[in-house]
Write a new protein. Structure first.
Length: 80
């Protein structure tokens, strides 16, 4: 359901979802289902400030993410 919202709503309309994902970033980045949500969010986020926030969140725990099976994919998604 969250992925569908990310894919269909404008960034402005799904801002509340973005904020909630950022609050739970660490948990979602290391979870199989969370990975799918994170990939869609990264793909659909075009606002520069929002993109910076995502990168900052990843940099905060980058080593932990690259050592995690799912977190590694989140890092890869941002780098591509």
């Amino acid at each position: 359901m969250i992925e569908k919202i990310i894919m269909t709503f404008t960034e402005e309309k799904r801002h509340y979802i973005f904020e909630e994902i950022c609050r739970n970033f660490d948990k979602l980045a290391k979870d199989k289902q969370g990975l799918c949500v994170m990939k869609k969010l990264i793909e659909k986020t075009k606002n520069v400030e929002s993109q910076k926030l995502i990168v900052e969140k990843i940099l905060t725990n980058g080593l932990e993410y690259v050592q995690n099976a799912y977190g590694n994919f989140v890092v890869s998604e941002v780098l591509t």
